[in-house]
Design a protein around this ligand. Structure first.
Ligand code: SIN
Ligand code: NI
Length: 264
């Protein structure tokens, strides 16, 4: 192993305490995203990747979205006991809590797979405008790489600082122009592309503009995304696949078994 390679493989999470360096917290609060290396140990990656691959084989046809962008399987934690351990992983949630500074609940998870030679990007968008959330401040997604994800396999690209932009309408993640139609100044924002090794994560605020590159490789891009919301979040009444069947009324808290606390 060269010195550079050793540095790349070094983890950012203190194995004894789960703490991450203050510099990463500051970077997240400034930019609205951060890369945290080695959140999962290699043995954990192997186990979760095997479970994800098996789940994908059995359930690919149930993909929620798609439109050629990715295979998307939502709330896998409710159906697969191994993936449940990943979505509720206290080390991952602990990093999210350090970044946002408050305790979290799970909003939902989703497995996002860009199949081999899927030449379609996930175009720039913010996540928060899609969600039926009110009273929230700080939702954050952990994008967990279960395989190595270099740019050519479809890693994420972020627009630093855009987490401060709230109130936009939902953007079409199949339209490369849409976010820039909503805010033309963003066309000139710096773009930061973040390759990940398996077991690394990016964490991004639900308001941070982001996209994912196409997968031009022979191997599937296997990402598992755990989305956390702060405990104050309530339901607006707007339609969403996660809440449509729950019988919630506007103003109800998003709590209970469906929206568990990974670190309670
Ligand atoms: C992707 O992984 O393709 C997109 C992820 C996201 O939009 O959060
Ligand atoms: Ni997104």
């Amino acid at each position: 192993m060269t010195i550079d390679e050793a540095d790349v493989r070094r983890g950012d999470v203190d194995p004894a305490t789960g703490a991450i360096p203050t510099a990463l917290v500051e970077s997240y609060r400034q930019d609205g995203f951060v890369r945290v290396r080695g959140v999962l140990a290699p043995a954990e990656v192997d186990r979760f990747r095997a479970a994800a691959e098996a789940y994908l084989e059995a359930h690919r046809s149930e993909s929620h979205a798609g439109g050629g962008v990715f295979t998307q399987l939502v709330n896998v934690w409710q159906r697969d006991p191994t993936i449940r351990e990943l979505t509720l992983h206290p080390r991952v949630a602990g990093v999210a809590e350090q970044l946002i500074g408050t305790s979290v609940r799970i909003w939902h998870d989703h497995m996002l797979v860009k199949e081999p030679h899927n030449d379609v990007a996930t175009e720039f968008h913010q996540d928060r405008p899609y969600w039926p959330h009110a009273g929230d401040r700080l939702s954050v997604s952990a994008w967990i790489a279960l395989v190595d994800v270099p740019p050519e396999r479809g890693c994420m690209t972020f627009l630093p600082g855009t987490q401060r932009l709230t109130g936009f309408r939902p953007q079409n993640l199949r339209d490369e122009e849409d976010l820039f139609t909503v805010d033309p100044s963003l066309r000139w924002s710096p773009r930061v592309t973040v390759p990940l090794r398996a077991g690394d994560c990016t964490f991004h605020s639900s308001y941070t503009g982001h996209m994912a590159l196409p997968n031009r490789t022979d191997q599937a891009r296997l990402a598992h995304v755990s989305i956390y919301m702060d405990a104050a979040t309530t339901y607006t009444g707007a339609p969403h696949v996660v809440t449509d069947s729950l019988g919630l009324r506007p103003g109800d808290p998003l709590d209970g078994e469906t929206f568990p606390r990974p670190r309670s």
